[in-house]
Design a protein around this ligand. Sequence first.
Ligand code: SF4
Ligand code: SF4
Length: 448
Amino acid sequence: MATKTFKGGAHPPERKHRTEALPIEYVGTVKQVVVPVNQHFGAPIQPLVKVGDQVKRGQKIADADGRMTVPVHAPIAGIVKKIEPRLQSNNLEGSAIVIEADGSGGVDFMPPLDGFSCGKDEALARIREAGIIGMGGAGFPAHVKLAPPPNKPITVVIANAAECEPYLTIDERVMAETPGDLVEGMAITMRILGVGRGVIGLEDNKAHLMDALEAAVKDYGRGAAIELQLLKTKYPQGGEKMLITAITGKEVPSGGLPMDVGCVVQNVGTFKAIAEAFREGKPLIDRGFTVSGGACKSPKNLVVPVGTLVSDLIPDTIQIDEDALRRVIYGGPMMGPSLPNWAVPVQKNTSGVLFLNASESKVYAEGPCLRCGRCMNACSCRLSPALLNVAIKADDFDQAEAIGLLDCIECGTCSFVCPSHIQLVQRFRVGKQLLRAKKQKEAARAGK
Ligand code: SF4
Ligand code: SF4
């Protein structure tokens, strides 16, 4: 099979060897969870429970009306102890429901639903009621992605199985251990969208999974036309736009979405969650993620109840070398935020927790721009990072916007390749926030 890819990108050290062959460990029992109320991209939701309530595992504990909302469910059975602001994995404080386990073992799942015979609206309602969001990134509600407007017909459903971030191997293990869940979730999604083509796109460092996935398509695909596509192992191959370009040859337009080119992309964990929501009536209350890094003495792939504090997993489940530890990252090292400590919950979109040592988290002094063009050649969004940097440093946000600041996917490739160690992506993140704040101010002024 020919291996496809996109233009640009880089090759950071993969560092997956410590966990890629390790079976997933399931941590079913934790003493407490801290469940952020708003883990999705969209309109805020509100708690449905109060302090002192007893809740069952799977019971809905927060929700609101509105298309761009998804509910949150209790990941364990227990008593609601607090509802208060807590540090979350985006490094910001937000309302969280603290549940202490009471050992009652109560479970409150939905009844199973046959995703291959139910109505489309019923299927979309099931996905929303299960609280499913995109588990690989910003947490976009899955049911919204699966209901595009009539003028945006979808022709292909893509499973993002690239897992291009260094260290992360949880998607690889899910595909190795439960390939049928990925295929079943894809087939249900294709049925909802009325799409005749599905593609599982995986980097060629995972080519050994091809046989198992092909067998799963036969066994669990219910006849859906799902094919496999090998992709070159290159960062950021798992970016939605890069994946679409590599697989279909189409380019998502500036400011556009995958549906603009007839595509829906979900990651491996999201398809698995969809399969479980139908087959078992299970909401999204458990999360698989990779634990690794040079200061981690027990690298592994774990599944825990959403809301589990990483600090509560130490030292029984995770052992770290505190003397060697320099940084804790939630997610992958290229895009994940660095957190001040590890008393932060695992969330629906947490793909990894990395304990990095000094050699993995070196910070270099910024040098001058050498105009070498490496950042421009590596940028898969075809931006000019060096020019964006100049514009932002000069507070010229109009210019930064004009040359594509808002098209930056914050992949960090430009920073990785820059020989002068210029903090490009860090500056672009701040620049985007300042640009959006400026636009809001201008809109408010114009509205007066
Ligand atoms: S962080 Fe932005 S500018 Fe830099 S390579 Fe990625 S998309 Fe391009
Ligand atoms: S890679 Fe760094 S030094 Fe080279 S042009 Fe880009 S910003 Fe300048």
